[in-house]
Design a protein. Structure first.
Length: 83
């Protein structure tokens, strides 16, 4: 049926990685983004720590949650927030 294809899996945001993402990194650059502006990177298990450390090193407000929780989900034991 037209338009009934299965959705593409979410892939990791790490350059060159095509693995399925299991983490959302929700962040913003406070120098240029208002508090209500949140950017999202996706990460696979292999790259979640690399991407988290990249953003944390720049002291960006950051929240890491499982992809299944979606935007604004509460951390159910999987929250890896960094402030």
């Amino acid at each position: 049926m037209i338009g009934m294809d299965a959705p593409e899996p979410l892939t990791c945001s790490r350059a060159g990685c095509r693995a399925t993402a299991s983490w959302r990194l929700e962040w913003r650059n406070p120098r240029i983004h208002a508090e209500d502006r949140v950017k999202v990177w996706l990460a696979c298990e292999e790259h979640v720590d690399f991407l988290r450390e990249f953003l944390a090193a720049r002291e960006f407000p950051l929240r890491v949650v499982p992809v299944a929780e979606g935007a604004g989900g509460e951390g159910a034991g999987g929250d890896r927030s960094t402030a």
